[in-house]
Write a protein that binds this ligand. Structure first.
Ligand code: AMP
Length: 278
């Protein structure tokens, strides 16, 4: 496995490769990331992972400085998963001093839900992902449905700007008890870990309601809120939106994304489910 630190190293390697499947990550890798590597392996003869905690997507009061950094363990996971190259740039490599601010905005998609709660977040995500696409020129790039709004925004970015990369959605990988895997789960104490289960439990309850024929989304989201509040989670939002436009949906008569963001102690977690297929 090649370990690359500089953009020039990536370009030198890239020139000898055919198709490349890219998996951008912020490290603190878990089985969810590994499922993306496995998907990537089926798509192209070379799988490239990136590990970069991107400062531009964190707000001033967010967890950038304490975000878990576990490089050695991450590289081991990459090796075991058969990743071919890993790009681990320093912040100065990606954002050299004096480089101008560039903002990609997607009004409608990037200013609701996560975008509303984390102003500037998707601007930073689009900036770093577009840079990684230009550095790697991948044929495919894998993104998790766990971050559904991010996946939608990057798909829209690729389509709207006629990028040549194909964006591949990958299903959310969960712990056996239902908790969506996340690098931030490692912040949770044992008690908080139990409380956090309310998120997937709430989504499952709404799914069950939908399967039983309930279509009014406020009924489904009310059920979810009850479950979340019962476990003393601080709810940022529970929303029912169209998975393409992210506009609110009142009746789930077509595919509907139920999205949750909630805090368990100091840890903010997100999860979602699509009702009625994708
Ligand atoms: P992150 O390192 O959290 O930025 O995530 C890197 C990629 O892994 C993103 O495309 C995420 O959506 C994806 N990802 C994170 N957690 C999961 C999960 N539990 N299941 C599937 N994909 C995930």
């Amino acid at each position: 496995m090649e370990l690359l630190h500089h953009i020039s190293d990536v370009r030198a390697l890239r020139s000898s490769l055919g198709n490349v499947a890219l998996v951008p990550t912020m490290g603190a890798l878990h089985a969810g990331h590994v499922s993306l590597f496995q998907k990537a392996k089926a798509l192209a003869p070379h799988v490239a992972a990136t590990i970069f905690v991107n400062p531009t997507q964190f707000g001033p009061r967010e967890d950038f400085s304490k975000y878990p950094r576990t490089l050695e363990a991450d590289l081991q996971k990459c090796r075991e998963a058969g990743v071919d190259s890993v790009f681990v740039p320093k912040v100065e490599e990606m954002y050299p001093a004096g480089c101008p601010e560039i903002a990609i905005e997607m009004p409608g998609l990037s200013d609701t839900l996560e975008g509303q709660k984390r102003p500037g977040h998707f601007k930073g995500v689009c900036q770093v992902v577009l840079k990684l696409f230009n550095i790697f020129t991948p044929s495919h790039a894998c993104f998790g449905e766990k971050d559904y709004q991010q996946l939608r925004i990057i798909t829209a970015l690729a389509e709207t700007l006629n990028l040549t990369v194909e964006i591949i959605p990958c299903p959310t990988h969960r712990e056996p008890d239902g908790l969506a895997m996340s690098s931030r789960n490692r912040y949770l104490s044992a008690t908080e870990r139990q409380q956090a289960l309310a998120i997937s439990k709430a989504l499952r309850a709404a799914e069950l309601g939908f399967q039983q024929g309930f279509r009014q989304t406020n009924r489904l989201t009310t059920t979810m809120l009850h479950i979340l509040l019962e476990s003393h989670l601080l709810v940022d939002y529970v929303a029912a939106v169209d998975p393409i436009t992210f506009k609110p949906v009142q009746e789930a008569t077509k595919p509907t994304l139920l999205a949750v963001a909630a805090r368990v102690g100091a840890t903010r977690l997100i999860d979602n489910v699509v009702l009625g297929g994708k």
